[in-house]
Ligand binder design. Structure first.
Ligand code: AMP
Length: 172
């Protein structure tokens, strides 16, 4: 298993979606079936405790989180942008560079005390993951960790996730 090969399959797209941002594009990794499988197995191998559920953050947290849930033998629950989930939801707002955004989860997504691992592809400033933590707390989940494929350490997103077990397969 080669973390270097996985890292090499994530390409930098400068100035997307706006000037100054270097977007980490995981599509080359996803289209290589062996590397994608290796990635999911590597993420699974880093899980020290089996969750009851993976909570994947829309949208790339779904792509990573769903196969990881199958690999770990647990369920998958989606954390979605506001207005997308059909049943009763709880909501959490968070700050963006300009304005705010909201994410939601079904109010019955997990039972109180269920162990949940939060998954997203990239940890940048940490605002989205911190909002997901608050959301899961609202439905009384036990958050056992927050795992990422890639962490942009210079944006110090971990600082927003204090008290949480944060793990990233690749850190740049
Ligand atoms: P943040 O809330 O700043 O940690 O941003 C996290 C969300 O935005 C995640 O869902 C990421 O997928 C996405 N994101 C932020 N920055 C990048 C980046 N440079 N490349 C790819 N995705 C990013």
């Amino acid at each position: 298993m080669s973390i270097d090969r996985i890292a090499a399959a994530i390409r930098d797209i400068p100035d997307f979606p706006k000037p100054g941002i270097i977007y980490k594009d995981i599509t080359p990794l996803l289209k290589d079936p062996e590397l994608f499988r290796e990635t999911i197995r590597a993420l699974a191998g880093r899980c020290t405790e089996k969750p009851d559920y993976i909570a994947g953050i829309e949208a790339r947290g779904f792509i990573i989180g769903a196969p990881l849930a199958l690999e770990l033998g647990c369920g998958f629950v989606p954390v979605r942008k506001k207005g997308k989930l059909p049943y009763d939801t709880v909501e959490q707002s968070y700050s963006l560079e300009y304005g705010t955004a909201s994410i939601e989860i079904h109010q019955d997504a997990v039972k109180p005390g269920d162990k949940v691992l939060i998954i997203d592809d990239v940890l940048a400033t940490g605002g989205t993951a911190a909002a997901a933590v608050e959301l899961l707390k609202k439905i009384n989940a036990e958050i056992i960790g927050i795992n990422f494929l890639l962490e942009l350490s210079f944006l110090v997103g971990r600082d927003k996730l204090r008290e949480m077990k944060v793990d990233s397969l690749i850190t740049v």
